[in-house]
Write a protein that binds this ligand. Sequence first.
Ligand SMILES: [Cu+2]
Length: 165
Amino acid sequence: MNNKLIALVIGGMLILAACGEETQPTKDESVEETAVMPEENVGQEQVEKDKENEKEPEEEEAEAEEPVEENTTAVDAASGEASPLLSKGDMTSFVFNETGEFSIYCEPHPVMKMTVIVEEGASNSGELTLDIASYEFSEDSITVAPGTIITWTNQDSAQHNVAFE
Ligand SMILES: [Cu+2]
């Protein structure tokens, strides 16, 4: 009887010991899993960065479309009108629907002046492009037909604009 009890106790201890050994590997696995987690987070961050990189080209396309919109939405030329300040490469457009003489100047540099004369039957019509360069408008005076759209592009590093007296 005693031998059987001892055998049972030893057997039970062996089983417990075996169970204890079995639980250790599962603990190791859980440690490995938590060790893997940071790598997965890094992967997610990289995916988020990739998404951000994908967004940038869309923003550049939207900026590139702005000058086209300015050309199609020319402001009516009229006394008191003025474009925003134009940085290098910026454009502004005005449509000259009414006949008459329009005195134009640059607000930051009032010595910069030009005249647009609008006359029926003038040879200049449709859409014209003028530059602002070296602190001068590219034409001192220009005669256009009613409905002509003039687009000015600033070629200087200095800011200029197109203002109507
Ligand atoms: Cu100016």
